[in-house]
Design a protein around this ligand. Structure first.
Ligand SMILES: Nc1nc2c(ncn2[C@@H]2O[C@H](COP(=O)(O)OP(=O)(O)OP(=O)(O)O)[C@@H](O)[C@H]2O)c(=O)[nH]1
Ligand SMILES: [Zn+2]
Length: 205
């Protein structure tokens, strides 16, 4: 994570440069000491380096632009005009309140107006938004917004079903609770039969 993209800066509301890798590693040493261990002991000596590297994977979504991922659309689909749906897209995110993992799946559908996108790009968009500090509600809405902006479809449906480790491994400690969030736009909002079809597909996914 060496550069802050304009997209990331806008989202974070910052324009100043980010801390150096060395400063980030020093912050990890501080947290290790605060937790009660010795950051200088052999087993922990390389941990700050590893943690910073892991963070650049877990938060790689600040570097990526979802609209660039959705930049290429196709119109030659032989008149195909029904719902396109991807189920069980893995979601590996972190809650913005505790930086604890959010693990689950996203189900995403859209009703094309004209343009469609490569199906892998939908999974990429889920990944880009999930690899940021998030709330599940924001992530759900952002995925729907990005697809709407890129394709101007007749409607979008997004359902995320996830477990928040801030709730399952600490705090209120309910290990079995799942959180489900949905965003429906356009015809998914106005046509109950279409929304029902989406829900039924999710149930059998
Ligand atoms: N709405 C929403 N809440 C979330 C999400 N991720 C975590 N939270 C909640 O954010 C809240 C933060 O509450 P606070 O009272 O500020 O923090 P806390 O003292 O750590 O709360 P507890 O988790 O209840 O121990 C908690 O209720 C979390 O369950 C999310 O994606 N969406
Ligand atoms: Zn949390």
């Amino acid at each position: 994570m060496d550069a802050v993209t304009p997209e990331a800066a806008r989202l974070a509301g910052v324009t100043n440069s980010k801390p150096t890798r060395e400063e980030a590693e020093e912050a990890v040493r501080t947290l290790i000491a605060w937790a009660g261990d010795d950051p200088a002991r052999e087993g922990l000596i390389d941990t700050p380096k590893r943690v910073v590297k892991a963070w650049s994977e877990w938060f790689s979504g600040y570097e990526a632009d979802p609209m660039a991922a959705l930049g290429k659309t196709f119109e030659d689909v032989q008149g195909y005009d029904d719902m396109v749906m991807l189920t069980n897209i893995d979601v590996e995110s972190h809650c913005e309140h505790h930086l604890a993992p959010i693990l689950g799946v996203a189900h995403v559908a859209y009703l094309p107006r004209k343009a469609v996108v490569g199906i892998s790009k939908i999974a990429r968009v889920v990944e880009i938004f999930s690899k940021r500090m998030q709330t599940q509600e924001t992530m759900t809405a952002q995925i729907a917004d990005a697809l709407t902006e890129a394709m101007q479809p007749l409607g979008v449906a997004v359902l995320i079903d996830a477990k928040h480790q801030c709730m399952t491994t600490r705090g209120v400690h309910h290990p079995n609770v799942s959180t489900i969030t949905t965003t429906f736009t356009g015809e998914f909002k106005t046509d109950p039969a279409l929304k029902d079809r989406f829900i039924r597909m999710v149930e059998r996914a």
